[in-house]
Design a protein around this ligand. Structure first.
Ligand code: DC
Length: 231
């Protein structure tokens, strides 16, 4: 966290659908530019994990809201800059990466009470540190005054393929058709909800990575950030 080298806090908002490469690219860009990487999806996932564990239906707004006061979320960064998530003191970093939690996170994140509950926590991180924060509504809602806003996207087939390969490599393969269906379903949910829907901020820069490989995408992302911040 090299924030002390400058008084001015820099904030970079990165939004986009699942599988657009947000987290991998944001983490790599943060490392290159000495900014703190904040994965806000992990915060929603941690909330969803608690809801599932308590046996509540993620779609039940009242039941979810009633459980929020029980949830204590904290973040810590290991030596490699990896964000670790804690739920009431328990390290849940790996537990929040299942498909069940992904779907539940998408559902619980549509409740206004959940978004309000997590908003301050996200803003505080950006007040304390120079950050690259990724999510769905960072440029539009969480950090509307961000120095740079990037909307990352890629065709749904490309995003589902990346996820499919990632799961394959992790030794937890998934059926391709089902994965593609779920990717589209989650897109619709994230973009179609009334509360903070996924959409590009008016002043965001669109970065479509459908035709770019990782290093080309990273290069372009860093270029966009440097042009606008002088980093
Ligand atoms: O980025 P992700 O797949 O880890 O996010 C999990 C879910 O959380 C995603 O389906 C939508 C939701 N989310 C959100 O609503 N707002 C954010 N800023 C980040 C994630």
């Amino acid at each position: 966290m090299n924030n002390k080298r400058t008084e001015r806090r820099i904030s970079v908002a990165v939004d986009g659908p699942s599988g657009s490469g947000k987290s991998t690219l944001s983490r790599a860009a943060a490392k290159e530019l000495s900014l703190l990487y904040v994965d806000t999806g992990a915060i929603y996932r941690t909330t969803a994990l608690h809801i599932l564990r308590r046996g509540a239906a993620p779609g039940d707004a009242a039941a979810v809201a009633a459980l929020l006061p029980e949830i204590g979320i904290s973040l810590a960064y290991d030596g490699g800059g990896m964000q670790r998530m804690y739920l009431n003191g328990e390290d849940v970093t790996d537990l929040i990466r299942t498909q069940e939690v992904s779907m539940a996170a998408s559902t619980v994140s549509a409740h206004p009470a959940v978004r309000a509950f997590l908003l301050e926590m996200q803003r505080e991180l950006a007040q304390k540190h120079s950050v690259i924060m990724d999510g769905r509504d960072i440029g539009t809602v969480v950090l509307p005054g961000a120095d740079v806003k990037i909307f990352l996207t890629a065709a749904s087939e490309v995003r589902a393929r990346r996820r499919w390969l990632e799961l394959q490599e992790r030794g937890t393969p998934r059926d391709w058709e089902q994965l593609l269906r779920e990717t589209r379903e989650r897109d619709e949910k994230d973009a179609g909800r009334t509360e903070a829907p996924l959409r590009p901020a008016e002043d965001s820069v669109l970065l479509d990575t459908s035709e770019l490989d990782f290093s080309q995408s990273l290069e372009r992302m860093i270029e966009i950030i440097r042009e606008r911040t002088g980093l």
